[in-house]
Design a protein around this ligand. Sequence first.
Ligand code: HEM
Ligand code: ZN
Length: 181
Amino acid sequence: MKGIIFNVLEDMVVEQLGMEVWNELLQSHTPEGRVYVSAKNYDAGELFAMANGVALRLNMPLQDVVKAFGQFLFKGLADRHLDVVERFTDFTSLVMGIHDVIHLEVNKLYQDPSLPTISCRISRPGHIEMNYNSPRKLCLCAEGLLFGAAEYFDQAINITHAVCMHKGAQQCILHIEVADE
Ligand code: HEM
Ligand code: ZN
């Protein structure tokens, strides 16, 4: 995972739990002297270990923490890549552009990013079907990111996620219901 993801995690932990907790997490789960550089690659296992640490401290299931982080992450990514997000004027067009515009741009800006395969189609007006596939199985993070994007555009949405890699499916299918824009 890119350092930028850890940078946003740090912002969330410091904001919600304090700098001391972040330093404790670093101490318990990372090599001595770890500093995250946004464009550099770090082991995804390190991210999971940190997220697990947060889950233990908050007495929350790991997947709830991953989802909450995803929601926080959208704003963190948008702030750091405003030019990319500003290409979209509404929630639906941004979601339709995740794979071919946003993550394509990420591929140009970062060396060897670990991106998921995402494809979206409008199944009928107000309904987006998103297929998600990644060896990291971060579909709950994707859900959180979608809620973060909805918040960003002040858009009400609803997500159902019945077909899931965590339940043995080959890929996840997220049905996103978009209230009238
Ligand atoms: C990684 C989904 C918007 C940049 C990821 C991951 C997911 C995801 C689930 C985790 C990796 C994985 O699953 O294998 C989404 C969704 C978005 C969205 C659903 C919109 C609702 C954005 C935006 C940016 C961005 C706006 C920045 C312009 C990145 C970067 C990574 C990433 C830098 C990390 C790659 C790495 O660690 O190597 N995205 N994304 N994404 N995304 Fe997105
Ligand atoms: Zn899933």
